[in-house]
Ligand binder design. Structure first.
Ligand SMILES: O=C(O)C(=O)C[C@]1(C(=O)O)C=C[C@@H](O)C=C1
Length: 365
């Protein structure tokens, strides 16, 4: 089976200008952004049809755009993901945008760049796993790039142990995969008598490497789709240590989406605070007092400022750890309660950025 090449080169700066058709899309979006979303005024609002002239233009339905149609099914969208064809990230991209064209990328950063440089329209990247925890690299990249989170998608990850035809479990000395996948199957691999672990960039990449090098003593931890794509046998199925193994992916775009209140939305923010007792308590209180539920919190070192002098004469101790706090709120930015909470946080946060306000995936993973 011929699979698309993985995007690997740094994208030249010459691509940083959007192509002409992209500029048209951008204009359409900003027109759309200036009026209310279709669900707000689709004729079922009780406004009498006989009085169109007196209707506030803001409440009139806006024309459906090609971008809206593309967004719903992913038809015609190019979606970047990290890894080789058959990676779980590709399955997540297909779940998020069912009729999209997927674009494999060598690194997470390549996927960010692919969208920024108009090589792809969206990126779908893992953020956290129910067994392995957060994928910190993507939290850091969110801040280094200007993309917006426009949705999230949950995927049930069912790992298989794959090997070349004729190889048996007892022949395997080593298991190769993405570090998260190896961590998710650690106990099962040990029980199967496989001692060594070899980390590579993605699960499907491990399957591809084992097939290409005809390895006889190494198995891959990857999906059943990867087995099919690279012609490997499935020696064991569902080898993750916990049957409930869910990875949450974020959907990224160049433009934010218009937040709404008619379906469950999440808002992801990142902020930093002054040093001092109770600062974090105060920050979290802006949400607690407004009954806004937090679904996730992550702290990361502020890499731009790993060292900071407290005063000019260098007598004060050096500060090595400055933190950024990433928080997911169960709220839409269209909700005045959430807007007030962020306005309040902004009064004392040293830095605040909204990474996205987006409909959350409530489907079965
Ligand atoms: O390697 C893959 O197949 C991926 O899509 C990456 C990844 C991850 O980064 O967590 C995604 C889902 C699984 O949790 C294991 C690996």
């Amino acid at each position: 089976m011929v699979s698309p090449p993985t995007l690997r080169l740094r994208i030249p700066a010459v691509n940083s200008r959007p192509p002409p058709h992209a500029v048209v899309m951008r204009c359409r979006r900003s027109i759309a952004a200036s009026v209310s979303p279709p669900g707000d005024a689709n004729g079922s609002t009780g406004v009498p049809a006989a009085a169109p002239a007196s209707r506030d233009p803001i409440s009139l339905p806006r024309p459906l755009t090609t971008a809206d149609l593309m967004e719903a099914s992913g038809d015609g969208l190019k979606v970047a993901y990290q890894g080789c064809p058959g990676a779980y990230s590709e399955a997540a991209a297909k779940k998020a945008y069912p009729s999209c064209q997927t674009v494999p990328c060598e690194y997470f950063e390549t996927a960010f760049q692919a969208v920024e440089n108009w090589v792809a329209d969206r990126a779908v990247l893992p953020l956290e796993n129910s067994l392995g925890g957060s994928i910190h690299r993507n939290y850091d990249l969110l801040l280094r790039h200007r993309l917006h989170i426009v949705g999230d998608v949950r995927l049930a990850v069912r790992h298989c142990l794959l090997a070349n035809r004729g190889v048996k479990i007892e022949n395997l000395r080593s298991a190769m995969s993405h570090p998260q996948a190896l961590a998710q199957c650690e106990q099962t691999l040990t029980k199967l008598g496989i001692e060594h672990r070899e980390a590579v960039d993605d699960t499907a990449g491990a399957a591809k490497l084992i097939a290409e090098h005809k390895l006889q003593d190494t198995g891959a931890v990857a999906s059943s789709l990867a087995a099919q794509l690279y012609g490997l046998d499935i020696l064991a199925e569902n080898i993750q240590d916990d049957t409930d193994n869910i990875t949450r992916f974020m959907m990224l775009a160049r433009e934010p989406i218009i937040p709404r209140t008619d379906k469950p939305f999440k808002t992801s923010i990142v902020f930093s605070l002054e040093e001092g007792p109770g600062q974090l308590f105060k920050a979290l209180a802006v949400f607690a007092l407004r009954k806004i539920n937090l679904t996730k919190m992550e702290s990361r070192p502020h890499k731009k400022k790993p060292l900071r002098l407290a005063d000019d004469n260098c007598s004060a101790p050096l500060k090595h750890f400055d933190y950024l706090f990433y928080v997911d709120l169960e709220a839409s930015m269209a909700d005045p309660n959430a807007q007030n909470a962020l306005a309040n946080l902004k009064e004392f946060a040293t830095f605040l950025r909204v990474l996205g306000s987006y409909p959350t995936d409530v489907s079965e993973a």
